[in-house]
Every structure is written in C-alpha cells, then in structure tokens.
Ligand binder design. Structure first.
Ligand code: HEM
Length: 450
C-alpha cells in the first residue's frame, strides 16, 4: 500500500480550504485540478478530501472498487429533503429501492411517455406567447423548472405537480442550499436551537412532505393497479422483512425522485437554452437541422436518431454545465488511488465540472463546441464525460432527462428565438446543482411558422 500523500495545497491548519469552498466552490475545484492534476488532496475544515478528476482514477472509484466508496458525511445533508431513500443509502437498502424503481426507467417505457413530455412543453410554449408579443424580458429558470416538474410527476407519479409549483419552487430553492454542507454555523447548530434557519428548514420540509403525502394518499385511494412508481411502491414488499414499505419510506423515494429529477433537468434545459442563445452558429445549425427533419411539426421519439446535431448540443451543454457538478464518497478502507494513499474514513470528491473542464483531457475546454460530440467521437468519452455519474450508482433517470431535453430544446427552438437580455450576466454557482446565480433573463421572440 502506498504511503505517499497526493499533492495539494498546504492544508494542515483547521480551516483548510473550507472558506474558499463556501464562497467559490467552482473556483476551488478548478484551481485544484489546474495546480495539482488528476488527484489532489485538500483539507475542507476538519475533513480530509481527495478530489479525483483523472478519467482512469474516476473509473477506479466508481467502477473498479465501488464497494469501498459509500455515501458518507457530505450526503447527510441530502437526508434533509430526500430522507432515507435510494440516493442516500448503500448496500442492500439501496439495492431494494433501486429494484422497485428500475422498471419505470426502462428506455422503451419512457419513450412511450414522449407525448406527455411534448404536451408539457406545449404548455410552456403557450405561456410564453404573451411575453413574446409584448417584447418582455423574463427569467426562464422557474418556467423550465415547472416544465420538468410536470414531466417528472406525470410520468412517474401519475399526477401533475405543476398545480403545486408555487408551493414547491421555494422549497427547492431553499433545499439546494441547505443540502450542501459548507460548515455554515446555522447548519452546525443542533436542530432544537431556535434560529431563523431552523424555522425555515422545518417549514419547507413540511411543505414537501405534505405534497408528497397527498400524492401517496391519492394513489392509495385509487388502488395499486395503476402503472406508476407510487402504485409500485405501495404494493412492494421489503426484500428483508417481507412487509410492505411504510409511508415514510415511500415518501423518501418520492422525495428522492422529485429532488434528483426535476431540479437537474430544469438546470440542464436552462443552461442549454442559454448556450444556444449565446452561439449564433450553433443556433443556425440547429435550426437548419430541425427545419430539414421536422419541417415545422412536433418531434417524436422516432425523429430523434435523425436529429444528431440536437443531441450534440445537449451533450455539450451537459459537459460545460453539468447540473450535478460534484458528488462525494467516503472510503470504507484504506485505498490507493493513482499511487497515492487514501485513508479510510476520508472523502473522495468526484467532480464532473472539474473533469469536463480539464485541459489535459479536453481541447479548449471552455469553448462551447457541439462538434466534439459528433458521432465519430462518441466512443471516446468514457469517464472523462460523466454528467450522469458512472458505475452501479449512475443516474437512474438519465434516459428520461435526455428525452425531455432533446424534445424541449427542439420544440422551443422551433417556435421561439431566445436572446439574453442586454446587460444580464449569467454566472454559474455551485449549490447542490449548478444553478445560474441570478437567473437567465431572456427576451423571447416568436418565430412565425408558414
Ligand atoms: C440532466 C438531468 C440529470 C442529471 C445531470 C443527473 C445526474 C445524476 C448523477 C451525476 C447521479 C450520480 C450521483 C452519485 O453517484 O452520487 C445521479 C443519480 C441519481 N439520479 Fe440523476 N440526474 C438527472 C436527472 C434525473 C432524473 C430525471 C431522475 C429521476 C426522475 C434522476 C434520479 C436520480 C436518482 C434516484 C439517482 C440515485 C441513483 C442511485 O444512487 O442508485 N436523475 N443523477
């Protein structure tokens, strides 16, 4: 076993790089990657962390030795809004949850739900008719979040949670800050200390729990024959106890899918529309492809294989702006990564953002260039491109996300031209998701169809 420590900044003191992580987490991970390469050792407050960005070393953690890397201390924050569910558990508990949900994420099954997606996109397009006519500037972020909330809840839960978006959107905005542990005092105080943060936390948790309890109650009243995830969870038996799952466990699964699925896809769509608006050549090429293949009609799943450039645009957006920009694991036993010692109990950070912006691996990584995903290059992307993670814990929802992104980008580009409002700067910020810090303000113009 190697006894060498990986390179990294001097971090022996108590605070280490934590204050930088709090104020500019994206800057810190890029800086570590640039200065120290594929594996860097850093102290974040009291925690020893190895950031891994080399594709082979990422493969080691996610695919070759995954049993040694579990959800750990940084995932505890996720319990606040996801409970004890598929994303936050390990081993047999995780497996049981993944098995119940897996059938609902089969590609063919999701593809048959494409008309639900196009209906939800149509609603979004209709809601933009007025601002387009009045030449108004709008922030598109909440709108795309509503869209992904509608798609997720209709395809998986058999209800339309857009009806409750006004309650849910503030919950999610709070949650994506609260779930990431940054060592802020308010996060560290015991829950019984009556701070404003604790009051807000409880209020938002109660709203989310209440909405999802309603979803469960409605499904229970309808019975368990419906073909959706809620009905499947209500009729599932726990593999170890043989007993049905209780409502708390079912709610944790629904919270997990809700939080993991709609925020990520919404962010990805906002970033893709932003990127297309910023690159006239990309917009031109995309519009030409859509015109040629669709000639103005609504896209279907059968059209997608012909819309190759559309897929390249989505892939490149997920490279430059990966919605899950970092995720941690804790090492169970001592390990060796890239010849360096990684002690048991310490954290390994996988950052798609740092990996996707690594100049040793990507040519001109800061440039938005969909050509790098042309079909001839696709096979070379393994573990240097990981917007949906990798190994056995890869994203269960990736087919749904990609389907929704392709259909939504196509339909929006067909009907509207989006331009960034003059003077508005879009700045990525690393919360649980990669969010545009002050929104994405767009001027929307209707493209007249023949
Ligand atoms: C663009 C959209 C999405 C992105 C970028 C994304 C990204 C990711 C990533 C990177 C992971 C792995 C995290 C880790 O290993 O720690 C993950 C896991 C997960 N994602 Fe997604 N995701 C997206 C959409 C969705 C959707 C639509 C759903 C569900 C409706 C979903 C549900 C999940 C769940 C439940 C897990 C945990 C899987 C497990 O641990 O077995 N995601 N996602």
């Amino acid at each position: 076993m190697a006894d060498r420590s990986a390179p990294g900044p001097d971090g022996g003191h108590l605070i280490g790089a934590l204050s930088k992580f709090k104020s500019n987490s994206l800057g810190l991970i890029s800086d570590l990657q640039r200065r120290f390469g594929g594996i860097a050792r850093v102290k974040l407050g009291p925690y020893l962390v190895h950031q891994v960005t080399d594709p082979e070393l990422i493969k080691h953690v996610l695919q070759d030795n995954p049993g040694n890397y579990r959800r750990g201390r940084f995932y505890r924050g996720f319990n606040l809004f996801m409970g004890h569910g598929m994303l936050t558990t390990d081993g047999a508990e995780w497996k049981a949850r993944r098995q119940v949900a897996q059938p609902f994420f089969q590609r063919a099954r999701l593809e048959s739900a494409a008309p639900i997606i196009t209906e939800c996109v149509d609603d979004l397009l209709d809601s933009w008719a007025e601002p387009a006519r009045d030449g108004e500037v709008i922030d598109i972020v909440d709108d795309v979040m509503r869209l992904s909330m509608g798609v997720l809840s209709r395809t998986l839960f058999g209800v339309d949670l857009r009806d409750r978006a006004d309650e849910l959107l503030p919950v999610v905005r709070f949650a994506i800050k609260a779930m990431i542990i940054t060592g802020k005092v308010e996060q560290m105080l015991p829950r019984w200390v009556p701070t404003r943060y604790q009051r807000d936390l409880k209020k938002h948790q109660a709203v989310l729990n209440g909405v999802l309890d309603d979803v469960i109650a409605r499904q229970r009243a309808r019975g368990t024959d419906d073909d959706n995830l809620v009905a499947a969870l209500l009729s599932a038996e726990h593999p170890e106890t043989g007993r049905p799952w209780d409502d708390r466990a079912i709610r944790a699964e629904l919270k997990t899918h809700f939080m993991a699925g709609h925020e990520t896809t919404g962010c990805a769509l906002a970033w893709t529309l932003y990127a297309v608006a910023q690159h006239a050549d990309v917009r031109r090429k995309l519009t030409a492809e859509l015109d040629e293949v669709l000639a103005g009609r609504t896209p279907t799943v059968e059209d997608l294989p012909k819309l190759t450039y559309l897929r390249q645009v989505v892939d490149e957006s997920l490279r430059v702006y990966p919605p899950i920009w970092v995720y941690p694991r804790d090492a169970v036993e001592d390990d060796e990564i890239g010849g360096y010692h990684v002690p048991a109990g310490t954290t390994v950070l996988i950052s798609p953002h740092a990996a996707h912006h690594n100049a040793d691996v990507w040519e001109s990584p800061e440039a938005f260039d969909p050509e790098r995903f042309c079909p001839a290059n696709r096979h070379t992307t393994r573990y240097r491109y990981l917007p949906f993670g990798g190994g056995q814990r890869h994203c269960i929802g990736h087919h749904l996300a990609l389907l929704e992104l392709q259909l939504a980008v196509a339909m929006i580009t067909q009907r509207y031209r989006l331009d960034l409002a003059s003077g508005h700067q879009v700045v990525p910020t690393g919360l649980v998701s990669l969010r545009p810090k002050t929104g994405v303000q767009m001027r929307i113009e209707r493209i007249d169809q023949e």
